[in-house]
Design a protein around this ligand. Structure first.
Ligand code: ADP
Ligand code: MG
Length: 272
């Protein structure tokens, strides 16, 4: 199989640094003094309850939002303040919590839009990456002429990833890619995320609520709560951290009061 993205042009290690970033909306601190690092080839997880600040962190890293304090750099170059388009062309690919595809365009056209932009600005980085290769890689070849909005949910999520990869990113940010997927789709997604890392060599930051999913796919995990990072480390360490257990199952200790997702998370924490 041909390499895609940064591996296809022989890119060396890249490094993404979020340094002491704060961001507030009115009186709410969505991020408070948050630092996080990711290198090429790493899959880093970002978890935390609703409202913890996870999406805001991805918005700041992809320059969709300005920071109040701190900095975001890619190999030392400032990303914050560049704006989403420039940031994407500098090497940050992303997907969205609420899928944002061009619904009336076909699967192929959705990828083409990003690919043509990348050809114009990052041609050297697309050496062996083609639209056909991306379609095949994300198992979308058979669906390439269907309108994006007609695809089943799991395929729409995969199309978002294919489109992000069309920019040959150094880093890929995935905001709840498994949300709404059934178990089989989510298993398949785990395989795809690992394959993206192996074939493209990019670094991946992935957000999810589902601890089982995150602990299976990530080598390192950051845990957020109320805008702050409260724990960091490999899955087997993080899942034993008392603060993480408190945030995920504290206050809802009685099994009968838990939602299905909370119960599944509690089981994942208890598993080790
Ligand atoms: N554009 C915005 N305007 C005002 N408040 C926001 C905005 N985006 C996020 N917030 C607030 O920031 C906090 C963190 O939100 P978010 O990053 O979406 O959390 P998560 O993705 O972890 O669920 C929440 O309190 C949310 O209401
Ligand atoms: Mg979110």
């Amino acid at each position: 199989m041909l390499p895609i993205g940064r591996r296809s042009w022989g890119g060396v290690m890249a490094r993404l640094d979020v340094e002491r970033v704060s961001k507030h909306f009115g009186g709410v601190y969505a991020l408070r003094d948050v630092s996080l690092h990711c290198e090429s080839g790493e899959i880093v997880g970002l978890i935390g309850p609703n409202g913890a600040g996870k999406t805001t962190l991805l918005n700041v890293v992809s320059a969709a939002l300005p920071v109040d304090q701190g900095s975001v750099t890619l190999d030392g170059k400032r990303l914050d303040g560049t704006g989403p388009r420039n940031c994407a062309l500098m090497g940050i690919g992303r997907t969205f919590q609420n899928i944002r595809l061009f619904g009336r365009l076909t699967v192929r056209q959705n990828i083409d839009v990003a690919y043509s932009t990348a050809l114009a600005h990052r041609r050297a980085r697309l050496k062996d990456t083609t639209v056909d290769g991306l379609l095949e890689f994300m198992s979308l070849s058979a669906a390439q002429h269907r309108r994006a909005r007609e695809l089943p949910y799991g395929q729409q999520r995969r199309l978002e990833i294919a489109r992000a990869l069309a920019l040959a990113p150094d880093f890929l940010l995935l905001d709840e890619p498994a949300a709404g997927m059934n178990e089989a789709e989510s298993e398949r997604l785990i395989g795809s995320i690992r394959a993206v890392r192996d074939r493209s060599g990019c670094g991946i930051i992935v957000i999810d609520h589902d601890l089982r999913f995150i602990m299976t796919v990530c080598e390192r995990i950051h845990v957020m709560h109320m805008g702050e990072l409260i724990a960091h480390g490999p899955p087997e360490i993080v899942q034993k951290d008392p603060r993480v257990i408190e945030v995920y199952i504290g206050g809802r200790g009685r099994a009968k009061d838990r939602t299905r997702k909370e119960a599944s998370n509690a089981e994942a924490l208890a598993a080790h």
